[in-house]
Ligand binder design. Structure first.
Ligand code: AMP
Ligand code: MG
Length: 434
């Protein structure tokens, strides 16, 4: 840190060392998507619980149809009909059949299901007696089977999907749609997960107004609260957006106090060296704060520490720079990993590609630069150009960009034609497969 600046890696390491995994909560399945499972799940019963039909057709004993063919169908009397959700009244008598629907339990005695298409049901119905009104039954008394099938065909055995007692899901797994389906099929209405982090978001500044309000001279709209809330949601955490804090001790103190129940506290602005920036003073008084200069561009000023709650416990706090692009990029580099750690999720880094530069970039002062870039795939190669001006206040550049060209600290310049590293921004991963 000869220049008084900390590397991106060291800053991240220090932050992660001080955030802990959150407690668990029992949530309904409807609220469990994208949460991390906090218990092992063992099957309390077989799935399916009983052998059932894989087709609409006729339940038979395979040996009763062993001589069946299209030329000489085996004709069996129909002794019942079983729909999904019902069970046969008795066992299937030898030499008989029951009409059965997909998912219906196989009657005792039957071992095979002949699909409708392999019987003469359609022909019989066309020529035969009319269907009884409103009745489930086909109205037929007997059916001709046109194929011999090996025993067990079209029968789904009990436990085919899940065996009773088997460990179906493991603690630490990320719950996706299929996981929720499996939990539901095991009869679980709720599941224990690591609870989502609540992230307090506090924008600070006398100049800020909320969208929808009129702007006075010198004022600007608060955009950071909106980008930060959206980024927080994208991590699966819950944003708690606080009203803007003005640049005075009383208001800052009150607004900070109103968000201390959160699991993580993010402030925007007030960490650079501006004259009116009281944030530092207030934060230092409310907890222990480190102010860092991180060797990156944009996003050099960063604060990290702990805020004290009234009960003496602490909430980790990240003070992000106010410039709108810096806010987005420092969230991605530092806040996102912290939230993922808290929620027990593996941090999947944004995919990194190598792209041929179509514009040079000058790294003026030996920081790691995150340069907003537009990546295009042509043929098998990626090409990158810049979005234009790279000022940390040029927020529309983040709308244009689909990637960040990462220029290392020790590279003063990257040249046209060079292959450089580009981190794809969230939502643009599909570029990899285009
Ligand atoms: P500061 O760190 O307070 O000096 O702020 C740095 C720059 O970011 C200034 O130009 C602020 O006006 C701007 N800024 C601070 N907070 C926000 C915000 N919530 N939304 C948009 N711009 C902001
Ligand atoms: Mg300010």
């Amino acid at each position: 840190m000869a220049d008084g600046m900390m590397s991106v890696e060291e800053a991240l390491e220090r932050i992660l060392a001080q955030v802990d995994i959150l407690s668990t909560a029992e949530v309904s399945l409807a609220d469990a998507l994208d949460r991390v499972l906090a218990e092992d799940i063992d099957a309390p019963f077989d799935i399916p619980q009983v052998a059932n039909s894989g087709m609409d057709g006729y339940a038979v004993r395979a040996e009763d149809i062993r001589n069946a063919s299209a030329h000489s169908p085996v004709v069996l009397p129909i002794t019942g009909q079983i729909a999904a959700g019902y069970v046969a009244e008795g066992a299937l008598a030898p030499g008989a059949t029951m009409r059965i629907m997909t998912g219906a339990p196989i009657p005792e005695g039957a071992d095979t299901v002949v699909p409708f298409e392999e019987t003469d049901e359609l022909d019989r119905r066309r020529g035969g007696p009319a269907r009884p009104a409103g009745g489930l039954a086909s109205g037929l008394r007997e059916i001709g089977v046109r194929v011999a099938l090996p025993r067990g065909v079209n029968v789904r055995p009990a436990g085919e999907d899940v065996r009773k007692g088997a460990r179906v899901l493991r603690r630490g797994e990320l719950l996706r749609a299929a996981h929720l389906g499996v939990l539901a099929s095991l009869g679980k209405a709720t599941v224990r997960v690591i609870r989502p982090a609540v992230v307090a978001i506090l924008s600070t500044g006398d100049e800020l107004r909320e969208p929808g309000e009129p702007l006075g001279p010198g004022q600007i709209y608060n955009s950071n609260s909106y980008t930060l809330a959206a980024l927080t949601r994208a991590c699966g955490a819950t944003p708690l957006v606080l009203p803007i804090a003005r640049d005075n001790v009383e208001d800052l103190t009150a607004k900070i106090a109103s968000g201390l129940d959160a699991d993580l506290f993010i402030t925007s602005a007030g960490v650079s060296t501006g004259e009116y920036d009281l944030v530092k003073d207030v934060l230092t008084r409310r907890g222990s704060m480190d102010f860092w200069r991180v060797r990156m561009r944009p996003g050099r000023p960063l604060a990290f520490g702990m805020l004290r709650r009234p009960d003496g416990s602490q909430v980790p706090h990240l003070g992000l720079p106010g410039n709108t692009v810096s806010t987005l990029i420092t969230f991605d580099q530092f806040v996102r990993p912290a939230i993922f750690k808290m929620m027990g999720k593996p941090l999947i880094p944004h995919p990194t590609i190598h792209a041929v530069l179509e514009e040079p970039f000058q790294n003026r002062d030996g920081r790691r630069c995150f340069v907003r870039a537009v990546v295009e795939k042509r043929g098998e190669r990626f090409y990158a150009r810049l979005t234009g001006s790279q000022g940390s206040n040029i927020l529309t550049s983040m709308v244009l960009a689909n990637g960040l060209l990462v220029v290392p600290e020790d590279r003063a310049r990257v040249e046209v034609g060079e292959e450089a590293t580009v981190q794809l921004l969230e939502g643009y991963e599909s570029l990899l497969f285009s």
